[in-house]
Write a protein that binds this ligand. Structure first.
Ligand code: PLP
Length: 372
C-alpha cells in the first residue's frame, strides 16, 4: 500500500490542540473524569475494576464488554462485535473489505480516513456530496444512483454527520438501504455520534441491525464523552468478517487496553446518563451559538445541526475563511477548524458544541469581532 497522505484535520489538531486556550471546533463532548465514571459503576463493574490485572486481553474484546455493546443493538450479538480503537476500526474495515481496483462511494465532506484509506489501497473513490440547500444540508439519492459502477463494493456513510450535523430521515435511510441491496453493496456506516440526536425520536437504527452486509462503527469518543479510553468497536453480521478483522488486528494493536475495557464497560452500563448529560450540553451550547451568530448576520450563517456535537456554519466575511480562522487563533488563542481540513472549497468552519467551556470560547470570538 502506498504511503498515506497526512490526515489534515488530525495534523492541525496535533499542532494546536494542547497549546491554545480554547477550542471552538472540538468534536467530542466534555470528557468525563475517571472519578465521575467510577461513581457511576455498578457493583459488578466496580469489582472488575478493583481486581483488574494488567495482562493482555481477548483479541475480539472482553466478553462482558461485547455483551454491553451488543445490548445497544437489536440484531447484533456479542459475537458480531470487535473491540478496537475507533480510527483503527476504519483502517481494519477498509483493509479487510477492499481490493485494489474496486470502487467505493463515500459521503463527502467527511472524516478523512473514511475515504483516504480506500484510495491508498488503490480503489477509485467517488464522493457523494452533502450539499447546502435553502433548507439546510442535504444528500441526493439520484446523485448516489448515478455514482454506482459494476465494480462498486462499499458505500461509506456517516450519520449523524461530521462535520455538518446532518441526520437523514428514516425514509431516506430505507431508500438508501434498498439501493445498497439492489447493487449488493457493503455499507460501512460510521455511527460515532449516534445517540446525540437533538430530537431523540429521530435516531436512526444502526446499519448493522438493519442490513446483514453492513459494518457499523461506534465508540465512546463522542457520544459517551470518553475519547481518552480510545475505545470503539465494529459490529457486523457479514459472514466471516469478524474473524478477518481480528486476524488483521494482530498487525495493529493485537488486543485492547485492559483498564480501558473495564472503564468502557462502566461507561456503557451508565450510557443513558452520559448521553443525557452530553445532549444537555449540546442543546445549551447550540442555543448560545444560534443567538451569537444571529447577532452577526453579515459575517456568519448559522446552520443548526440535527444531531451530533458539531455544526458547519458559513463564513460570509470579506476574507477567505482560512485567513479568518488564523487571525482568530493569532489574536485570541481560539482554535477554529476551517472547512479546508475537510477538503471542502466552501467558506465553512466547524463548531463543536459538546464542551463545557463553549460559552468562554464564544466570548473570545466576540472580543475578537469587537476589535475588528
Ligand atoms: C466521524 C468520525 N469517525 C471516526 C472518528 C475517530 O474516532 P477516534 O478519534 O476516537 O479514533 C472520528 C473522530 O473525530 C470521527 O469524527
Amino acid at each position: 500500500m502506498p504511503t498515506l497522505p497526512n490526515f489534515k484535520l488530525e495534523r492541525y489538531f496535533a499542532q494546536y490542540e494542547f497549546k491554545v486556550r480554547y477550542l471552538l471546533s472540538a468534536s467530542d463532548c466534555e470528557a468525563v473524569s475517571v472519578a465521575d465514571l467510577l461513581a457511576l459503576a455498578d457493583a459488578d463493574s466496580r469489582a472488575r475494576w478493583q481486581r483488574l490485572s494488567l495482562g493482555y486481553t481477548e483479541s475480539q474484546g472482553d466478553p462482558a464488554l461485547r455483551a454491553a455493546i451488543a445490548a445497544t443493538y437489536t440484531a447484533v450479538q456479542p459475537a458480531d462485535v470487535v473491540v478496537l480503537v475507533p480510527e483503527e476500526g476504519i483502517y481494519l474495515a477498509m483493509r479487510t473489505l477492499l481490493e485494489p481496483g474496486q470502487h467505493v462511494i463515500a459521503i463527502a465532506p467527511a472524516y478523512q480516513s473514511l475515504s483516504e484509506i480506500a484510495s491508498a489501497i488503490g480503489c477509485a473513490v467517488s464522493p457523494w456530496p452533502v450539499t447546502l440547500t435553502p433548507s439546510g444540508w442535504a444528500l441526493d439519492l439520484d446523485q448516489l444512483e448515478a455514482l454506482v459502477r459494476p465494480e462498486t463494493r462499499v458505500l461509506v456513510i456517516n450519520f449523524p454527520h461530521n462535520p455538518t450535523g446532518l441526520l437523514p430521515s428514516r425514509a431516506f435511510l430505507d431508500a438508501l438501504l434498498a439501493f445498497a441491496r439492489r447493487h449488493d453493496l457493503i455499507v460501512f456506516s460510521d455511527e460515532m455520534y449516534r445517540g446525540l440526536e437533538l430530537d431523540p425520536a429521530a435516531r436512526l437504527p444502526a446499519m448493522a441491525d438493519l442490513y446483514d452486509r453492513a459494518v457499523s462503527l461506534s465508540g465512546l469518543s463522542k457520544s459517551y464523552a470518553a475519547p481518552g479510553l480510545r475505545l470503539g468497536w465494529l459490529a457486523t453480521r457479514l459472514p466471516g468478517l469478524v474473524d478477518r478483522l481480528v486476524a488483521y488486528k494482530d498487525y495493529t494493536t493485537i488486543c485492547h487496553s485492559a483498564p480501558s475495557e473495564v472503564l468502557g464497560l462502566i461507561a456503557l452500563r451508565a450510557g443513558q446518563h452520559l448521553l443525557d448529560r452530553n445532549l444537555a450540553l449540546i442543546r445549551a451550547n447550540a442555543a448560545l451559538a444560534a443567538a451569537f451568530f444571529a447577532q452577526h448576520p453579515a459575517l456568519f450563517r448559522w446552520l443548526p445541526p440535527q444531531a451530533g456535537s458539531i455544526a458547519f456554519p458559513q463564513y460570509l466575511g470579506p476574507e477567505p475563511v482560512d485567513a479568518f480562522c488564523q487571525s482568530v487563533l493569532d489574536a485570541e488563542g481560539l482554535l477554529i477548524v476551517p472547512g479546508r481540513l475537510f477538503n471542502t472549497a466552501g467558506p465553512h468552519f466547524r463548531v463543536g458544541l459538546g464542551r463545557a467551556n463553549f460559552p468562554q470560547a464564544l466570548e473570545h470570538l466576540d472580543a475578537y469581532l469587537a476589535r475588528r
